[in-house]
Design a protein around this ligand. Sequence first.
Ligand SMILES: N[C@@H](CCC(=O)N[C@@H](CS)C(=O)NCC(=O)O)C(=O)O
Length: 340
Amino acid sequence: MATAAKPVLYNAWISSCSHRVRIALNLKGVDYEYKSVNPRTDPDYVKINPLNYITALQDGDIIVSDSLAITLYLEDKYPKHPLLPKDLKRKALNLQIANIVCSSIQPLQAQGYAIIGVRGGRLSPDESLQVIQYYIDKGFREIEKILEGCETKYATGDDVQLGDVFLAPQIYAGVDYEYKSVNPRTDPDYEKINPMKYIPALVDGDIVISDSLAISLYLEDKYPAHPLLPKDPKRKALNLQGLHEGSMSPDESLQIVQRYTDKGFRAIEKLLDGCESKYATGDDVQLGDVFLEPQIHAGINRFQIDMSKYPILGRLHDAYMEIPAFQAALPKNQPDAPSS
Ligand SMILES: N[C@@H](CCC(=O)N[C@@H](CS)C(=O)NCC(=O)O)C(=O)O
C-alpha cells in the first residue's frame, strides 16, 4: 500500500515564523520533511511562496504559506493536540495572541532591519535595535494586559494552546531585559554605572557598557538572532556610516509602503492566477475577501497604488464595491470620518 508523502516545511532555523509552525507540527505529532530555504538566494522558492517569505508548507498538492494560515490548516487536518479551545473566551484569547505576534510585532520588528536593506544604511544598528525593541515592547505589554491575573501554567490554561505556540518563538527572539529609568542629573548612584553620566548604559552580569553604539555591538555579538550588520563589508560599512543619519522623509516612507504593497499584491495576483470566480476563492464572499478589500482600498486611497498593475485584484475590488456590507464598512462611511 502506498504511503502518503510527508508534508514538506520550507523554513529556516532562525526564523520565528518557521519556529511557530515547527512547534505546531511537533505538538500534533506530524512527521514532516524539513527543507531549509533562504528566500534571498533560492530563486526557486518564489514558486512555492510568491511572496518569497518563509515559511510555507507543501502537503501533497496543497501549498500553504504564512505561519497563521499553516497552523490553522494543521489544526483542521490533524486533530491531535487541538490548539484552539472550544471555550469561546479562551479561543478568542488564543487568536488575539497569535495575531498580535503575527501582525503587530514580527512584521514591524522586521522593518527595523528591512530598512537597512532597503535604504542601504539609513538606520544605524542602534536605531534599528530601538525600532525592534519598541515594537516588541508594545506587543508584549498588550499581551501582558490581555493575560492580567493569569495563574495558569501556560497562557490560557494548563495545556499548551495556539497562543503559546506563537508566543514562545517571539519571546525567544526578543532579548528579555530589565528596564530601569534613570535621570543622570538627579540620580547620584548612576555615576557608579557610567562615570560620564550619560544614558544609556547596559549592565549584563558583571559587564557594564555605556554608549549606545558600544551596547549595540555588544548585543550583536551576544545575541545572534536578527543580525543587524550585514556580512558584506561594503554594506556593513554603509550601516556603520549611517549612524545618526536623519529619519525618513514622508516621500521615502511612501516608497517603502508602496514597495511592500506591490510585493504583496503581486504575490496575491499569482496565487489567484486564472481566478474566474466572482470573489477571490468562489462565488461567495469568504475570509480572503474580507482581508483583501481593506488593503486594496488603502492602496488606492492612501498610498497611490496603481491598480491597473493587478487586474484580478482590480476586478475583485469592483465586485466588493457592489456589496452593501463592504460599502457600509468603508472608512468614509464611518461616524468618526472627517467630513470632506
Ligand atoms: N506573516 C508571515 C510573515 C513571514 C515573514 O516575515 N518571514 C520572515 C522570516 S520570520 C522572512 O521570510 N524573512 C526573509 C526576508 O524578509 O527576506 C508569517 O507569519 O509567516
